[in-house]
Design a protein around this ligand. Structure first.
Ligand code: NAD
Length: 547
């Protein structure tokens, strides 16, 4: 991943308007003269630190989160290096803007705030031309692609082409979190239509105004996309993001052993959740093998977490059948049990021999779980009764309310700490402010996928692994859990601060790359010093010298 150089023949104006090369007022006098841009810039020559201070001053003047989002996206369009630097240095603060929850609002309003293309749009009617369309992307060295079809954006449902905000946001996190340079990143939106009536009736909607394509025709579109990537960007990792669950599981099964790919909603969520659970085990002196997990929601996130917990348990020597028996699910129809007819394939391994139970509270009373994990997209389902019942059964109940955005969380941090008398080990999908109960302040950590996917991606890219394996997610979860300190735990965090994301990603990447070599999947020569090797591939947000 070599330094940036400006291709010969670009005009000064083209350089200034290209976010990859632009340095704004930080072009030195020598560069201004050599590149013939001295007349296009004001006389001041700033350092990147001065530019960053100016950006932050502007940022703090924005009064709403969506304005902050638009401002940051403007900076991304204008100056990638400065954008990256600002994000790296203020990641914890900007995460809720660049990603959930504000990105959800941005996606809803995407057609109205759309400025410039930030990735490749592959519309259904262009099928047959996807190789050609991917070749239109200016960077020829793409290493990671985040793709969505916009069907299940966060917990917000079908947002069609407006879902493009998600791949863009995820790739910002790859860049900030793991130092993967933007020129190696490609956001892709596959537009197969939308079933969102509001969007279809919106005169400004920027996507295809047609019902979603389903069945074989849909699978052919995805197949053409995956094969086009192999042809145009053969070294790229494909991250599937926010696909509806009727497609997500099938696509993962179809492609995980054929190409270098993973599904973040299923596997990334599972990884970060397992890391939180492992940290909870470590600091409360418990064993994963002794827990009973009860999930609210049996979709991509829930069964993905369940399957990774099973893998972790199997690694401790438990049989797969006993390991599955540790995980129970309640979905919209009640407890998932064997006698239920028409169960989706992903729920079947968790359908145990038990009498039907109609609701979540009754399931807690029947199964006496040590941990409840909310991945239902249903706000407030971990209510006072649920939390008090968990507290009556457990000394330290584990409460993960993972649904996004904040308005969909199963409970707030305040509710969790209040109704468990401050005894719970809590994690959420959306950020919550610190909570003080009886004089003790809890600063809960967010079980955010951003802790893991950048590092996993970096490890895969560095080793040029040909596949992303279940073992890599286990290794990443273990590594992340190992980064949680006693000080984090003492203030209620099961995750380290996001501001330390770069070293976290580096450690995860090293663990993943090591495993890629062990599993015979790496496609580069094994370096002697893996840490130094991976680190050398991380982009630092500093300007190159052009002259
Ligand atoms: P999904 O649509 O695949 O699954 C949702 C599940 O919830 C389904 O099984 C559905 O039956 C169940 N459900 C719906 N209503 C219910 C009810 N009233 N009672 C019980 N169950 C009910 O969605 P998903 O991808 O699994 O995501 C679920 C939630 O998890 C979303 O809000 C998403 O934002 C969140 N999520 C969070 C993270 C994270 O924090 N790291 C990651 C991924 C997903």
């Amino acid at each position: 991943m070599a330094d940036i150089t400006i291709p010969k023949g670009l005009s000064g104006r083209e350089i200034i308007y290209d976010n990859l090369y632009n340095k704004g007022t930080a072009f030195t006098n020598e560069e201004r003269i050599a590149l013939k841009i001295d007349g296009l810039l004001p006389p001041v020559v700033n350092t990147i630190e001065e530019q960053e201070a100016r950006v932050m001053e502007n940022y703090y003047q924005k009064s709403t989160d969506i304005e902050k989002y638009i401002f940051l996206m403007g900076l991304l369009d204008y100056n990638l290096t400065l954008f990256n630097r600002v994000l790296v240095n203020h990641l914890e603060e900007m995460m809720p803007i660049i990603y959930t929850p504000t990105v959800g609002q941005a996606c809803r309003e995407y057609s109205h705030i759309y400025r410039r293309p930030q990735g490749v749009f592959l519309a259904a009617h262009e099928k047959g031309r996807y190789v050609e369309l991917l070749r239109q992307w200016p960077s020829k060295d793409v290493r990671v692609i985040v793709v969505t079809d916009g069907e299940r954006i966060l917990g917000l449902g079908d947002l069609g082409t407006s879902g493009m905000g998600i791949p863009v946001g995820k790739l910002c996190l790859y860049a900030a979190g793991a130092g993967i340079h933007f020129r190696h990143c490609l956001p892709v939106m596959i537009d197969v239509g939308t079933n969102n009536a509001e969007f279809i009736n919106d005169p400004h909607y920027i996507g295809l105004k047609q019902e979603r394509i389903r069945g074989e025709a849909y699978d052919e579109i995805i197949e053409e996309f995956v094969m086009a990537v192999q042809a145009v960007f053969p070294r790229a990792l494909i991250q599937f993001e926010d696909f509806g669950n009727q497609n997500a599981f099938r696509l993962l099964e179809n492609y995980r052993n054929r190409v270098c790919t993973f599904n973040d909603d299923i596997q990334g969520t599972a990884c970060v959740s397992l890391a939180g659970l492992s940290a909870a085990m470590r600091f409360s002196n418990r064993k994963l093998q002794d827990q009973t997990f009860l999930f609210l929601g049996a979709g991509e996130a829930g069964t993905g977490i369940g399957e990774l917990i099973v893998s972790a348990l199997v690694k401790t020597g438990m049989s797969p059948a006993s390991a599955h028996q540790r995980c129970w699910f309640v979905d919209s129809k009640g407890l998932v049990v064997q006698s239920r007819e028409g169960l989706a394939a992903h729920k079947k391994p968790f359908a145990h021999d038990h009498a039907p139970v109609p609701d979540f509270l009754s399931a807690i009373e029947a199964l006496k779980p040590t941990a409840i994990i909310g991945v239902s997209g249903q706000a407030g389902k971990f209510d006072k009764d649920v939390l008090q019942t968990m507290t009556a059964i457990n000394e330290q109940p584990i409460i993960f309310a993972l649904s996004n955005p904040t308005s969909k969380a199963e409970c707030t941090a305040r509710d969790a700490y209040t109704w468990t008398e401050g005894r719970c080990l809590f994690s959420s999908g959306s950020p919550f402010d610190p909570v003080t109960i009886d004089g003790k302040t809890f600063t809960p950590g967010q079980g955010n996928n951003a802790y893991v996917f950048p590092g996993i991606g970096l490890g895969v890219i560095a080793s040029q692994a040909s596949r992303v394996t279940e073992g890599m997610f286990l290794a990443a979860a273990e590594t992340l859990a190992g980064q949680v300190s006693q000080a984090d735990y003492d203030i209620g965090r099961l995750y380290p601060s996001l501001n330390t994301i770069r070293p976290i990603s580096l450690h995860i990447a090293v663990a993943v790359a090591e495993l890629a070599f062990e599993e015979g999947l790496a496609r580069v020569e094994k370096p002697e010093d893996m840490m130094a090797f991976v680190k050398s591939q991380m982009f630092e947000p500093q300007y190159p010298n052009y002259v």
